[in-house]
Design a protein around this ligand. Structure first.
Ligand code: ATP
Ligand code: MG
Length: 430
């Protein structure tokens, strides 16, 4: 016996019954972005490995241990994108989109990280990503955050907490970093192995440590918010004032540092208490140095990304599950003559009533089994066509969800009859 081939660990199949929730999320995001004047950009899933090393940073978890990297047949080192920002900046540079222009863009699609798979954490996962390039802020910082809040409202999501912080400039961060290293060196015996390693590479990330034993030493560490340069402090203050003016609640979290090297000034994260330890639903920040770091003229920029798996799960937990749309009509065809005209009848119905969902019985079967399928399809009506009906140019319309009698309708009146029945059903269910 041949063995079945398994899916790759940490990579999920999205099955037909689950697709509606994803479509609803993606539709809501598209509509929201359009309302703010952001435009779609679609990019390759593969980039040169160097792009991620230079942008995300050599000492980050992503670059150190999570990238799917391989050498292609031509000898180039390529990497499946672990996030979208680096590729967007690369595409803006390659296509000259930042020459005397600014860009507000969004994209969505799969990302790849070799992490330990668990609930809410996968090796192929999906992000919806927005970026504004060429804007100093803090107005655009506030706009991006308000846009995310509007998306939650549109989806009917509740219970999300917005955390904000400022990381200052690379210069002020370097001063802070030195003070932090000095502090942690003094408390080195209290650090776990991971944190000791981060001490030389990426000491800010020690704030992220979730180990209870480290709580005390982390709590006593100096805070970045106390080390901001005056311009960054003013930027942060204006952002907070904008959020206040919009009536958007937030928490200033001085320990929010984010895992990627390229951030500066504003960083933020939307957190939920409904998803256990995978609690970040959406996160982002400003990356004023990245464009120059990747070879362009300096261009300030900011963006965020949400994890679709986590948002879809949250929708489900909060009872915002999206019903799968069902057929309006199931067309049952009994007999050779009926099968012969059936497909054409279905086309005529769709022509007459754009949007009408007509599921045609393909592959024959007994009359009884066709009616069973009609029932299972969830359709409101079965339209039954037998050879006898074809000869008389009529069809039988059988209501499947209500207690009314089936009736015969002349074929050329069928579109109008279904339209009327459908309209009546819609008003009835409102
Ligand atoms: P986390 O702290 O949960 O690892 P992160 O800081 O690595 O998140 P980002 O790189 O900012 O996450 O990505 C933005 C969003 O993408 C996250 O807020 C999360 O919702 C989602 N996300 C990140 N990694 C994964 C993953 N491996 N599986 C599913 N979703 C993910
Ligand atoms: Mg992560």
């Amino acid at each position: 016996m041949r063995e079945n081939i398994q899916a790759v660990r940490g990579m999920n199949d999205l099955l037909p019954g689950d697709a509606s929730a994803w479509q609803a999320l993606e539709r809501a995001a598209r509509e929201t972005f359009a309302e703010y004047g952001y435009r779609e950009i679609r990019l390759p899933l593969l980039e040169r490995t160097e792009l991620f090393k230079r942008s995300i940073g050599e000492f980050t978890d992503i670059v150190e241990k999570e990238m799917y990297t391989f050498v292609d047949r031509g000898g180039d080192s390529l990497t499946l994108r672990p996030e979208a920002t680096a590729g967007i900046v690369r595409a803006c540079l390659t296509n000259g989109l930042l020459h005397n222009q600014r860009q507000k863009v969004w994209c969505m699609g799969p990302m790849f990280r070799y992490e330990r798979p668990q609930k809410g954490r996968y090796r192929q996962f999906h992000q919806i990503d927005v970026e504004a390039l060429g804007f100093e802020g803090p107005d655009v910082d506030a706009e991006l955050i308000l846009m995310s809040a509007r998306l939650w409202r549109r989806l009917g999501l509740a219970g999300l907490t917005l955390n904000v912080n400022s990381l200052g400039t690379p210069e002020s961060r370097a001063v802070y970093r030195a003070r932090l290293v000095e502090y942690f060196q003094r408390h080195e015996q209290a650090l776990d192995e991971d944190s000791r390693r981060r001490l030389s590479g990426n000491p800010l990330r020690i704030h992220d440590s979730k180990k209870p034993a480290m709580r005390e030493v982390v709590a006593g560490a100096p805070l970045i918010t106390d080390h901001l340069d005056p311009a960054s402090a003013a930027h942060f203050e204006t952002l907070r004032a904008q959020l206040d003016a919009a009536g958007l609640a937030y928490v200033v979290n001085p320990r929010l540092v984010r895992g990627l090297d390229y951030y500066s000034r504003t960083v933020f994260e939307w957190i939920t208490s409904d998803l256990g330890s995978q609690d970040a639903v959406c996160s982002g920040g400003r990356y004023d140095g990245l464009v120059e770091q990747l070879g362009g003229d300096p261009v300030p920029a900011i963006g965020w990304a949400l994890g679709e798996e986590r948002v879809v799960e949250l929708l489900r937990l909060q009872g915002q599950a999206v019903e799968e749309p069902v057929a309006d009509v199931y067309l049952a065809l009994a007999g050779a003559a009926a099968e012969h005209v059936g497909l054409q009848l279905a086309e005529t119905l769709r022509d007459a009533q754009p949007g009408l969902r007509v599921e045609t019985n393909c592959g024959g079967g007994s009359f009884k089994s066709q009616l069973k399928r009609a029932d299972r399809s969830g359709a409101r009506y079965a339209v039954i066509l037998g050879d006898d009906e074809v000869a008389r140019r009529v069809a039988t319309v059988k209501p499947l969800r209500e207690e009314s009698e089936q009736r015969q309708v002349p074929l050329d009146e069928l579109p109008a009859a279904l339209a009327a029945a459908r309209a009546a059903a819609r008003t009835g269910s409102d």
